[in-house]
Design a protein around this ligand. Structure first.
Ligand SMILES: *[C@@H]1O[C@H](CO)[C@@H](O)[C@H](O)[C@H]1NC(C)=O
Ligand SMILES: *[C@@H]1O[C@H](CO)[C@@H](O)[C@H](O)[C@H]1NC(C)=O
Ligand SMILES: *[C@@H]1O[C@H](CO)[C@@H](O)[C@H](O)[C@H]1NC(C)=O
Ligand SMILES: *[C@@H]1O[C@H](CO)[C@@H](O)[C@H](O)[C@H]1NC(C)=O
Length: 244
């Protein structure tokens, strides 16, 4: 069973060479902690890999203080930080969360924009009104728990739901913002945000088992679909050559 032996040998090598402080300076799959998503093209780790390993706008950093939010993405134009929770390389989606565990506040404060980044919203946006309600308010929408307490409830609802009825009279408006809100993911914005990217388009490559996408070489912007095992072996061998 040579294939099986090869598999175990490679797994063994990967285990020893892909713990964070030993991460490769050569391009290849990398990660920040054992529980965080794998990072590979078009993403790259800014502190550990040359920029030629990834695409512009996809640079990530490790956040060693957080176990569950160990990968940070910074929107280049605004220096706003997000934690990367999940990367779907085939569908080119990424699920981001707030490093301070209060994503709705960031919508409420109109804190960020992805306009100048490679990412866009997956779900349609809706105009939301954020409200601060006393508990007499008869509104039964999910409270934003990180902003509410036993005395008052902060919530966000589609602006068009608000009318002159008495139910809303014990709420005061905090702000308005655009929020992704579409069935069946209506209240997902309370936890995070799903983004997608179109460029670079590596779906053609990610759809092939065992293949990974990357630049043709370190001076080219042409995409190339290579054998994943060969790439990782190259990384391992170059790490050995560097005396790790
Ligand atoms: C909501 O109202 C309470 C009491 O009026 C106030 O203390 C609190 O800061 C408000 N919260 C927000 C997020 O505006
Ligand atoms: C206000 O909207 C609620 C639903 O959000 C609805 O049940 C109620 O009938 C509306 N009241 C008025 C006065 O339009
Ligand atoms: C590209 O790779 C070659 C060989 O590995 C290296 O000598 C060269 O410095 C690299 N160029 C850039 C721009 O990183
Ligand atoms: C890099 O790739 C380009 C094509 O994308 C090719 O023309 C060039 O010769 C390559 N350079 C090296 C050093 O392999």
């Amino acid at each position: 069973m040579p294939a099986l032996i090869e598999y175990f040998l490679i797994s063994f090598l990967l285990f020893f060479f892909f713990i964070p402080h030993l991460s490769a300076t050569t391009c290849g799959e990398s990660t920040c902690t054992s529980t965080s998503p794998q990072i590979r093209f078009p993403f790259w780790l800014k502190d550990l890999q040359p920029s030629t390993c990834g695409y512009e706008g996809f640079g990530l950093t490790c956040n060693p203080r957080h176990r569950w939010q160990s990968i940070l993405f910074t929107v280049p134009s605004s220096s706003r930080h997000f934690a990367i929770q999940e990367i779907d390389y085939l569908n080119q989606n990424v699920w981001i969360t707030d490093p301070n565990n209060c994503f709705p506040r960031r919508f409420m404060d109109n804190d960020f924009s992805f306009d100048s980044s490679p990412f866009s919203y997956v779900h349609a946006l809706e105009r939301f009104t954020f409200l601060n309600c006393s508990y007499q308010a008869e509104v039964s929408y999910p409270p934003i728990s990180c902003l509410s307490n036993e005395h008052y409830m902060v919530t966000g609802v589609p602006s068009e739901w608000i009318n002159s009825s008495k139910a809303w009279s014990s709420c005061s408006v905090i702000s308005e913002a655009l929020v992704p809100f579409s069935a069946p993911y209506e209240w997902d914005y309370l936890n995070g945000l799903e983004l997608e990217w179109y460029v670079p388009n590596c779906r053609f490559c990610e759809a092939v088992p065992g293949k990974v996408c990357g630049f043709d070489n370190n001076t080219s912007s042409k995409l190339r679909c290579s054998n994943a095992i060969l790439i990782q072996l190259t990384v391992i061998l170059s790490n050995i050559a560097r005396g790790l």
